[in-house]
Design a protein around this ligand. Structure first.
Ligand code: HXC
Length: 290
């Protein structure tokens, strides 16, 4: 496998998006990736950025790419400086879906006994907040990957879709579930049953994305959001994320109970004490993540 230094150097020349040219800096960390570029951004280098970088296949999510995303997430998860993570692609494609050529010859036994796609879930189990910055195509597994993130920002030319039906299959990484929760039954059914795509503004209107930006500003706006999040207590952010995610899993009564317990738990932290003291003393809080 090519090292990040070599693959980034060759890919960064004519094809890589300007947004991550400085990713080559990570060479010094010794990280080795073939399909992604990884760097830390923000004034305090506290936002981890993963750029899917398989341009010839429109960032189709081959197994190797998803394994690398998992490894990069693992590294950011244990990096004490990182308070938020951004996942992005290129201007043309966030990701055009699972790799159809890789899947083409699989049979049921291969899928079932190998638990095909099981490890894709890593994005949704990270405790740090993850922002998807989607330019271009987010189709099939690409749309599902974006929806596994906590916040989705879109560039003006983004297109979201679940076109699996056109390939004789259905979404397999949460598309039918997360899309329905995000946009409601009618639009989700329409997208899953016809394979039709929606554009960035439709995605914003339907609640799939929270903000739309010009293509060239998208990643830096996502990083800014990440910096804002990273400036808060990482410990309490993880609790806040856990509470919001519970809304997708629990009844209202169970969710409210969990929220209350987590709220109570913040009173065991130094950061809650610091946050309230800073307010009373009319100064900026300095959180220590404990
Ligand atoms: C493998 C892909 C790919 C994919 C594009 N490519 N999408 N390869 N898997 N999902 C490759 C093409 O084969 C081509 O390579 C190159 O990328 C450029 O693509 P083109 O089709 O030439 O580009 P364009 O005409 O601009 O069309 C773009 C596109 C189209 C509309 C995005 O590529 C497309 O429809 N792609 C498939 C989208 C899709 O069905 N996604 C869902 C996949 S199933 P070559 O070498 O041929 O030139 C899925 C299941 C999820 O995601 C289940 C759980 C994860």
């Amino acid at each position: 496998m090519a090292s990040l230094c070599r693959s980034a150097a060759s890919l960064l020349k004519p094809r890589a998006a300007p947004a991550v040219r400085s990713a080559v800096r990570l060479c010094s960390s010794g990280a080795r990736y073939e399909y992604i570029l990884v760097e830390k951004r923000g004034e305090r280098s506290n936002v981890g950025v993963i750029q899917l970088n398989r341009p010839a296949a429109l960032n189709a999510l081959c197994d190797g790419l998803m394994k690398e995303v998992g490894r990069a997430l693992d590294a950011f998860e244990v990096d004490g400086d990182v308070g938020a993570i951004v996942i992005t692609g290129s201007d043309r494609a966030f990701a055009a879906g699972a790799d159809i050529k890789e899947m083409q010859n699989l049979n049921f036994q291969d899928c079932y006994s190998g638990n095909f796609l099981a490890h894709w879930n890593r994005v949704s189990t990270v405790t740090k907040p993850v922002i998807a910055a989607v330019n271009g195509f987010a189709l099939g597994g690409g749309c599902e990957l974006a929806m596994m993130c906590d916040i989705v920002y879109a560039g003006e030319k983004a297109q979201f879709g679940q076109p699996e039906i056109l390939l004789g299959t259905i979404p397999g990484s949460g598309g039918s579930q997360r899309l329905t929760r995000a946009v409601g039954k009618s639009l989700a059914m329409e997208m899953v049953l016809t394979g039709d795509r929606i554009n960035a503004h439709e995605a914003k209107q339907s609640g799939l994305v929270s903000k739309v930006y010009p293509v060239d500003q998208l990643v830096s706006e996502a990083v800014k959001c990440g910096e804002k999040i990273a400036s808060n207590s990482k410990l309490v952010s993880a609790m806040a994320k856990e509470a919001v995610n519970a809304a997708f899993e629990l009844t209202l009564a169970e969710g409210n109970r969990l929220e209350k317990r987590l709220f109570h738990a913040t009173f065991a932290t130094d950061d809650r004490r610091e946050g309230m003291a800073a307010f009373v003393e009319k100064r900026k809080a300095s959180f220590q993540d404990k």
